[in-house]
Design a protein. Structure first.
Length: 434
């Protein structure tokens, strides 16, 4: 540009009088993009002036580019300090591809739909290194299971307090957590309750108010301790056949066996609870108690993000092959908290949980009581000290209690074909007790 101006001066021509034009395709896509980035919406206009009068426009554009170059380099130097810190923190985490794909697979396999399809036998349950679970079609006479069922083997030592601490920190309402824990989880696993326990012990024949309305206490089990006492309450609107109360309260073959017929929310809540409990047990087995407590504290800390927990988890358990499981604990906690919140809003689920504490020997009678509360009580959940069983049984299907004879045929064989369905079930229950 200087040489062109000097040439005009030597020729005695006024500066800018001569016209110059850029050669076609002198500006490539990179140069045009740089001008557009600097001048924004006015970039097209600048390029037009640059093509029509480069002698005047090129120095202006060039100076503007130099200013922007100095400005951006200064900003980059400032941002690099923060970028370097973040890169050092997350570079190692980003190389862990296994944990990422495991998280994607875990989110899919702990969904409500997947749990339901597993119990119904639609899909084969996946292990995901969390727990041993398998779908069985063979019979289990010891547990009175003659329909297809899921068999889950829980860990030997379940860290219930750790699960409670984690889930209670994520549940929207502390009341919801205590309601599910005190009415379902604590009695089911023989744990202490977290809420206020009533000190009143009622007697048989007294009138009481329940979640299902007014009723009368038919029988009391568990002694005088308010923590262990259980009531069988009957509504004044019910007209049941004569019941041998003492026989109904006898245990299953094993005194520690438990059984209930629950809703989908109860089934899903227990499945998620066992997933989280299993991961915590494996975590506790591989690290020290102070490290375990520090991770639980960080996971329940208000305001802490997933990156902070992930970084601390990698520092503590980075060399363990189960690291990918431990990194996904926050997701399991979130899912478990959602399931507990949903279950706490269902009064019928709490009532069904109370039925499981009655220790009724006649499983068919227990199912009848459950279906009277809600026709959604289609998930049979049974537990012995070493195993958990899940069985899907639609309300319209008969409960099989033997290898070959359906329950309806048993009622017909004893000559009670004229009885109503409720009476048939009661008669069958009396025969089983005898």
């Amino acid at each position: 540009m200087k040489k062109l101006k000097e040439a005009e001066e030597k020729a005695g021509q006024p500066i800018g009088r001569l016209q110059y034009h850029l050669k076609p395709r002198s500006l490539n896509s990179i140069q045009i993009g740089a001008i557009a980035r600097i001048y924004g919406d006015s970039g097209d206009e600048v390029i037009q002036h640059l093509l029509s009068n480069p002698l005047m426009v090129v120095p202006i554009v060039h100076e503007r580019m130099l200013e922007k170059d100095r400005e951006w380099r200064k900003a980059k130097a400032t941002l690099m300090q923060g970028w370097k810190k973040e890169i050092m923190q997350h570079c190692h985490n980003s190389l862990d591809v296994k944990s990422y794909f495991y998280m994607v697979e875990l989110e899919k396999n702990v969904s409500d739909e997947n749990f339901i399809e597993e119990c119904q036998g639609i899909i084969e349950p996946k292990q995901l290194d969390i727990q041993q679970i398998k779908f069985h079609t063979d019979h289990n006479p010891g547990m009175l299971l003659f329909d297809p069922y899921l068999l889950l083997s829980p860990p030997k030592f379940i860290l219930h307090e750790g699960v409670y601490k984690l889930v209670s920190s994520q549940v929207k309402s502390n009341h919801a957590m205590i309601r599910v824990w005190d009415n379902f989880i604590a009695p089911w696993f023989g744990l202490s309750q977290k809420g206020d326990i009533s000190t009143v012990v009622y007697k048989a024949g007294e009138k009481v108010k329940t979640t299902m309305g007014d009723g009368e206490i038919l029988s009391v089990q568990g002694g005088d301790d308010p923590k262990t006492v259980r009531y069988l309450v009957i509504s004044p609107h019910d007209t049941p056949a004569p019941v041998d109360v003492d026989a109904l309260y006898k245990n299953l073959k094993n005194p520690d066996d438990k059984v209930l017929f629950g809703t989908a929310s109860m089934y899903i809540s227990l499945r998620l609870y066992m997933c989280l409990a299993t991961v915590l047990s494996k975590l506790n087995e591989n690290i020290t108690d102070p490290e375990y407590n520090s991770l639980l504290t960080l996971a329940t800390k208000k305001g802490s993000d997933a990156a902070e927990y992930e970084t601390q988890c990698r520092k503590i358990a980075g060399a363990l092959p189960e690291l990918h499981m431990f990194l996904n604990i926050p997701h399991l906690v979130k899912r478990c908290a959602e399931a507990f919140s949903q279950m706490s809003e269902e009064d019928e689920s709490i009532t069904l949980a109370h039925f499981s504490q009655l220790q009724i020997k006649d499983i068919n009678h227990l199912r009848s009581l459950s279906l009277e509360v809600t026709d959604k009580a289609v998930y049979r959940i049974q537990m012995n000290p070493n195993e958990l069983f899940f069985n899907y049984l639609p309300s319209k299907e008969e409960l099989r209690l033997s290898d070959s004879i359906p329950l309806s045929m048993e009622a017909e064989e004893i000559g009670d074909t004229s009885l109503e369905p409720e009476a048939k079930r009661q008669k069958t229950a009396d025969i089983m007790v005898e």
